[in-house]
Design a protein around this ligand. Sequence first.
Ligand SMILES: CC(C)(COP(=O)(O)OP(=O)(O)OC[C@H]1O[C@@H](n2cnc3c(N)ncnc32)[C@H](O)[C@@H]1OP(=O)(O)O)[C@@H](O)C(=O)NCCC(=O)NCCS
Length: 165
Amino acid sequence: MVNLRRVELSDLPQLREIVSTAFKHHRFWVDNKLDQDKVKEFYIKSIDKMVKDFFENSDKRDFIVAVEDEKIVGYITSLIDDERTSIFGFRWGVIWSFALREGYRQKGLGSKMLEKALEWFASKNVSQVDVWTDSENIPAIQCYEKAGFRVIYSGVTLTLNMSKK
Ligand SMILES: CC(C)(COP(=O)(O)OP(=O)(O)OC[C@H]1O[C@@H](n2cnc3c(N)ncnc32)[C@H](O)[C@@H]1OP(=O)(O)O)[C@@H](O)C(=O)NCCC(=O)NCCS
C-alpha cells in the first residue's frame, strides 16, 4: 500500500534516483548535445535544493512523498511565490516538481498526490496555482487537467550556439 507523508532528510538518496530518470520530456533530456551524466547532476542538485528549501521555509513550502514500505515511489513539491504574491496582491502558488517512479504511474497515484498538494494550497489561502510542464508531456498535462488546471500559456525555448556565429 502506498502512503503519503512529508519528506524526511533520509529520503534524499531515493529522491535523487527518481529525478535522475523521470523528466524525459524536459529540455535537457531532449538536447542530445548535453552530457547525460551532467543532466542527471542538474536534476540531483535541484532536488537537493528543494529539500533544503522545504526545511528552511516550511511555512511556504510543501513536499509530499509517496511511500510503499520503505520505498519512496514519488514526490510532489509546492511553494507560495513571494514575489508574485506581493506584486499581484493575492497568494500565488506553484507546483514546483512532481514525479513518480516508472511502474507507479497511470494508477491514480499522481492524481492523489496532486489533490494532497492542492489541499495544502487551500489551507494556505492560495488563490491561484500554476504549474509549468513541457508541451510534449501529455501524461502530466492530462493529470493536471483532470484536477481542474487549464493551459493558459505555452512558450518556446530558443538557443544560440555562439561558437557558430
Ligand atoms: C505526471 C505524473 C506524475 C502523473 O502521475 P500518474 O500517477 O501517472 O497520473 P494518474 O494515474 O493519476 O493519471 C491522471 C490522468 O492523467 C492522464 N494520464 C496519466 N498517464 C497518462 C499517459 N501515459 N498517457 C495519457 N494520459 C495519461 C489520464 O487522463 C489520467 O486520468 P484517468 O486515469 O482517469 O484516465 C507521472 O506521469 C510522472 O511521474 N511522469 C514523469 C515525471 C513528469 O513528467 N512529471 C511532471 C513534471 S511537471
